[in-house]
Every structure is written in structure tokens, then in C-alpha cells.
Write a protein that binds this ligand. Sequence first.
Ligand code: ATP
Ligand code: MG
Length: 250
Amino acid sequence: MKKTKNKKDQAPQKPILTISKLHKRYNEGKPNEVHALQGVELTVRKGDMMAIMGSSGCGKTTLLNMIGHLDRRSSGEIIIDGVDTSTLSDGQMTAFRRDNIGFIFQLFNLFPFLTAVEDVETPLLLRGINSGLAREQAKMMLRELGMGDRLYHLPTELSGGQQQRVAVARALINQPAIILGDEPTGDLDSTTSSDIMDLFRRINKTNQQTLVLVTHNRWIAEKCDYIVHMTDGKISRIEDNPLAKEEKKR
Ligand SMILES: Nc1ncnc2c1ncn2[C@@H]1O[C@H](COP(=O)(O)OP(=O)(O)OP(=O)(O)O)[C@@H](O)[C@H]1O
Ligand SMILES: [Mg+2]
């Protein structure tokens, strides 16, 4: 494939996420200390769709938790959209996370007593959006995910794939700048996985939302612009995926 040296035809992409010298030690200073991240360096540009791969225990979930600020780093720097997150107070961080980051984890974590539409509208209500508007947007998002006939079902009344779609809809409804997925299509059948990956591609392309997806699945990874390989708490290699990038330009 021809390499383009002239980048003038490409939209300028600024980093949405910069990580440097990131370390995470669990049980720090104790005999059972684990050095899970050992100096991660990573720059992700706005609108990138990237996969993280690596063997079990290499630190993928730990890295996502650090990016999402669900857990404290031991040392290092994380800059999200120009904000050095170490400067934020806990309260500021909670608001920052709510407004900028969407999470999709393998365990769906749906609220057991909320219907699909109630679950998906929650992030909008938390942001103070009027309830009628929130309801309409939640319905639209669920319909887009093929859940139009399951709006008023509780999690127990939904299949695993349908529950995952609700979780995906909830993560996307706020249009967060960064979406973090830990095995976001987990154990789902290939049709549902494919639908969800298509949706990710679509929002990535149309809204320039950045996606960081941890996966063991090569097929999922190959839908992304590039694959970051991790080994023993470090990034060992970045594999470009020119085919996905070409597809995105179309
Ligand atoms: N809360 C914790 N306390 C102590 N050690 C932990 C904790 N969480 C993870 N670890 C350890 O940190 C290392 C990295 O774990 P992590 O969950 O990030 O791996 P992973 O790459 O996501 O693996 P998998 O593919 O199996 O999900 C592992 O050695 C793990 O045992
Ligand atoms: Mg993991």
C-alpha cells in the first residue's frame, strides 16, 4: 500500500490523551506488591479508535482504570484534553469523568430496578437535562442499537446481548470525548458484536469520539485504527492498521 507523506489532506488531530511514565503498584510496599504498570507512554489523538491487546495479567484493565481515573496511579502523568488530571480535586474529577469519559465493561452493571430507557437516560438526568428531552434521547439511542422494542424491560427480562446494548447506550448517551471499553463485546454472539463494532465505528467517524478498547479478540482489534500491544505492564509495540484507516476516510 502506498504511504502518504503529505498529511495536508488529513484533519489535524490533537492529542486527547497523553500518558507519560505511568506506574501502578498494587499493595505498594507490601510483600505482595504487584508492579502492574511499569512506565507506560502513550499518546492518543482525538478521533482515534484503538485496541489494546496483550496476555492475561499484562495490565490492560489497570491501564483503562488509570485512564478512567477509577483508581489512583502510583506515579506518572495523565493529560486528558489538555487537563493534567493530577490537578483536579476528587469532586472536580468526578464531574470531569462524568462529562468526558464513557465506560463499557464486560459486567454490564445495569441498575436492577430500572428499565432500559430509564437506565440510559440516567447520565442525562445527572447532568440536569430536562426529563422529557432525556427520555427522547435515550429512546433514540436504544432504537439505534436495535432495542426499540425493549425500551421498558428490566435487566432480568433481557438477554446478555440486549443488556450489553443497554450498557453501551448508557456509555454513549452523553457523547463523551473518550469511550473506554474493557472487552466491550465480551461473550456476545458475533452478530451483536458486529453491530456494536459498527456503532463504535459510526460514532467514531461522525462525532470524532475517541475509543480505547481492550480486547482479546483479533477480529475486534482489526476494526480499530491501530493496536497497542502490552507486555508486562509496558507498551511493547504499536501495530498500525492501514485498512481500518482507509475505511474511515470513505
Ligand atoms: N486490585 C488488585 N490488587 C492486586 N493486584 C492486582 C489488582 N488488580 C490487578 N492486579 C494485578 O495486576 C496485574 C495486571 O492486572 P490487570 O487486571 O490489569 O490485567 P489484564 O491485562 O487486564 O488481564 P486480563 O486479560 O486477564 O483481564 C496482574 O498481575 C493482576 O494480578
Ligand atoms: Mg482485564
